[in-house]
Structure formats: structure tokens, C-alpha cells
Ligand binder design. Structure first.
Ligand SMILES: [Zn+2]
Length: 444
């Protein structure tokens, strides 16, 4: 692969840096200074102070005509974009060929990925006395733009950069909130959200998470050149919720799609999620003593209430069709969805509606409205009902039909791939006991 990436120096400070380029900058600045000194008959002392101040600026002075050639003409520059920089200004400031730049910008791919620069972006340029040999720009952790000289012309392409995937495990126990537990386990917010998503069909993360709940997650970390770049997929996860244990294992199907399954091959995904609200930091904390007494009377009005700030997005709990969208007495602004299996769901007290109107189809997770306090509501909350054949059921505990489980040879293959992951999850107890949240337990 590309060698320039590994030769890249760590980014520190500001402006344009390069050891050998700094050498020629010094020469250039001195040359300018000397020219000025000669012109204005200044003393040596002033010449010296001018030279120092010229060096102290992060942006080198324009090159003088008689710049001495660098010892090693082929060098690599890291150009870190500052606010207000353009490619043109960066090239001029570092004496790179603007003629080459103009040619590079003739290439569609190069133009597409170089047109917009953001402060903090880094361009890596290899050049020979200002003539461009190669220009790289990282686009994300997986890809980069690579422009290379090919004889008299330039070639530009977007290439995939190799990533090292390390499989690691983290485990945590909840004391005050899931986010707090994730932080203690050194697991990112994004990763714990992914875990919550996987179990959203079994666990109501907005209301039913409690102290003592535990989680364990086996996931990929993405590394390159000894630097951790981010997190990849969750490979397996476990959640202990109020004594009940849920396990999910990722499996790549024949069509290359990956889904999560229980240890015996039942899909985690179901027709309905338990909570029709985004599990967010705001709603994640729980403190039974502070729970609104009126909002806790599930039996009294045959629904579940989710206290949440006004404007929190409300999501369709399952695929369905809008059969009511309007004002409905004490419910205020209300949406009712019709689902398969003669199930309807109702969302009340909305501050406003989202998505499309009466009769339109919605998919699980589509935003259909926003939390409010319209109708008979003392505080902003979502009133949510689940009915089957017209009978109210508690959406948090209703038994949901499973989609097709894995069978036959696929199930056999799944079991084989699940085994080592399940074994890793077994380490949860000892990991929590050892109070060592996130050690790497192996590399792949
Ligand atoms: Zn209610």
C-alpha cells in the first residue's frame, strides 16, 4: 500500500510544516531580509531581528528568486488547512507548483474531493522542488483521495486504506444510567446506542433500565499504524435486564446482509420495538423517586407514558399505515397506526406531527410526531397504546411474533460462528469482578 501514510508525521501546531522545507524557508526569508537591508542600509542587528521575526511567522514569506536548491529535492509536506486557506494559497505559501495544481483540478475525481477544504484537514504532498509527485487527502477512516503524477499527466483515484480490526470486549454494570455505565466501561456513546438498538425489541430502554443491570459487548476496533481510529461493528452483546438475560450474535447471511440472532438462531428484530421513542441521554437517566406520579399509572388509562422533553421525536414502533392523524379529545394531537395481525398503536399528546398524512405507509423507526403536552396532559410526555383485536396490551411485555428463524445448514453455520463469541461474552462476570472495563482480549 501507500508508503506516504506511514511516513506521515504527527500533526502538531499550526500552519505548514516540513523539516527540509523549513530550511529553504529560512534561506528564502534571509534572502528577502538581506535584500531589504541592502535597500534601506540597515544595521546587522536589525537584520538579525528581522530574520528571527520572519522565521517566527507560521506562514513563510514568498520565495525569493535566488533560493538555493534543497539538499534532498524530493520531500513530503503535510499541509494542515487553517481557516481561510485555499488550495491555491497553501500551494503558494509552500512554493508548490500552481501549474500542477491547475492540472490536478482538471480531473473530475480530484476536483470533487478537493473543492471544499475544512480547517484541520490535512493534505500530504510529495514533491520534487515544488513539482507535485503525489497528493493525498484522507476522506474518512477507510478511504483517501490519491493523486499521482504519471509521466506528463496526473491520475486521481479514491482508494481504500487497509484497516486492522481488533476484537475487544467491554462490560459494565448500571448504577445511575446506561451512559454512565458505558463511560465507566470506556465504551463510546455511539457503541452503547448500537447495543440499545439491537435489544430495542426486547427491552424498553427508556423506562425499564435499572440499577444492577449489566451489559457485555464484543465489538471491533479499527486500527491503523498503531492508532485507534474508531469502532466497527458489534459482533455480540448481552444484556441482563432486571434478572432477564438477552443475548444477540451478529451473523452475515448468504446475501451478505448481517443481522442479529439469539443463541438459537431466532432473529432479534421483531415487528415492534418496545419503546416508540429514541433512547437518548435525556431520557436515559432513571430515578424512581423523581418519577411523575401521574405518569406512572399504566393501568388507569391502558397505555404507557414516556416522560420526555417537548419536541423529542416519536417513532413508529412497527411498519404500518396511518389511520388517524388529528385531534382526539383528551389525547390531544394523536396518531393511530394500523399494523399487520390486527394490531393498532396510538401516540398521544403530540406537540406536532411528522412524516406524511392520513393513509400513508410508515416503516418502523419513521418519525411520525414529536412529544408534547396537548390534550389532558400535565407535562410533556408521550402516551402510547398497543391494541390487538381492540384489546389493550402492555406494549412492554406483549409477546411479539418472531420472524423466520435460521434453519438447517444455515443454523449449523451460525452456531459454529456464534460459539467463540458466546465464550467471550462468558467473560462478563470475571471482567466486572476484576473491575477492568475494557482490556483488549485478542487481535484478529
Ligand atoms: Zn397516558
Amino acid at each position: 500500500m501507500d508508503e506516504s501514510a506511514s511516513r506521515r508525521e504527527p500533526k502538531i501546531g499550526t500552519g505548514v510544516r516540513s523539516r527540509s522545507r523549513l530550511g529553504s524557508t529560512l534561506i528564502a526569508a534571509t534572502a528577502v531580509a538581506v535584500a531589504l537591508v541592502t535597500g534601506y542600509q540597515l544595521t546587522n542587528q536589525i537584520t538579525e531581528s528581522f530574520r528571527v521575526s520572519a522565521l517566527a511567522t507560521s506562514r513563510p514569506a514568498p520565495p525569493a528568486v535566488d533560493v538555493a536548491p534543497p539538499v534532498d529535492p524530493i520531500e513530503e509536506l503535510q499541509l494542515e488547512v487553517q481557516s481561510g486557506d485555499t488550495l491555491d494559497s497553501l500551494f503558494r505559501a509552500t512554493s508548490l507548483s500552481t501549474v500542477d495544481l491547475a492540472e490536478i483540478m482538471q480531473l473530475d475525481v480530484a476536483r470533487k474531493y478537493l473543492r471544499v477544504l475544512r480547517p484541520g484537514d490535512v493534505l500530504v504532498v510529495r514533491h520534487d522542488g515544488g513539482a507535485i509527485l503525489q497528493l493525498d487527502r484522507e476522506l474518512d477512516i477507510r478511504t483517501k483521495l490519491e493523486v499521482q503524477r504519471d509521466g506528463a499527466v496526473f491520475q486521481a483515484s479514491v482508494i481504500e486504506m487497509p484497516l486492522e480490526r481488533r476484537i475487544v470486549m467491554a462490560a459494565g454494570q448500571i448504577r445511575s444510567s446506561l451512559f454512565e455505565a458505558a463511560q465507566t466501561a470506556r465504551v463510546s456513546e455511539k457503541l452503547i446506542m448500537n447495543v440499545a438498538q439491537i435489544f430495542a425489541y426486547d427491552i424498553d430502554f427508556v423506562r425499564d433500565i435499572g440499577a444492577g443491570d449489566e451489559f457485555a459487548v464484543v465489538y471491533e476496533e479499527l486500527w491503523r499504524d498503531g492508532v485507534k481510529l474508531g469502532e466497527g461493528d458489534v459482533l455480540a452483546a448481552e444484556f441482563m435486564n432486571r434478572g432477564a438475560r438477552f443475548t444477540a450474535i451478529r451473523y452475515q447471511n448468504a446475501d451478505d446482509r448481517s443481522s442479529y440472532y439469539t443463541h438459537d438462531g431466532q432473529p432479534m428484530r421483531k415487528a415492534f420495538v418496545r419503546a416508540p421513542l429514541s433512547f437518548t441521554r435525556i431520557s436515559s437517566g432513571f430515578n424512581p423517586a423523581r418519577r411523575h406520579p401521574i405518569l406512572n399509572t399504566i393501568r388507569a388509562h391502558q397505555g404507557v407514558d414516556y416522560a420526555a422533553p417537548k419536541g423529542t421525536p416519536v417513532k413508529a414502533s412497527g411498519d404500518g399505515r396511518v389511520i388517524f392523524r388529528g385531534w382526539k379529545g383528551g389525547y390531544g394531537n394523536t396518531i393511530i397506526l394500523q399494523h399487520g395481525g390486527n394490531v393498532t398503536t396510538l401516540y398521544g399528546h403530540l406537540s406536532k406531527f411528522g412524516g406524511r398524512g392520513y393513509g400513508s405507509r410508515v416503516q418502523q423507526g419513521d418519525v411520525i410526531g414529536y412529544v408534547g403536552a396537548t390534550g389532558l396532559a400535565t407535562a410533556p410526555h408521550l402516551h402510547y397504546e398497543y391494541r390487538k383485536n381492540g384489546v389493550h396490551l402492555d406494549p412492554r411485555t406483549v409477546i411479539l411474533p418472531n420472524a423466520e428463524p435460521l434453519r438447517g445448514q444455515v443454523l449449523t453455520a451460525f452456531r459454529a460462528s456464534a460459539k467463540p463469541l458466546l465464550q467471550r461474552l462468558e467473560g462478563r462476570t470475571s471482567m466486572l469482578a476484576a473491575n477492568r472495563p475494557n482490556p483488549a482480549i485478542g487481535a484478529q
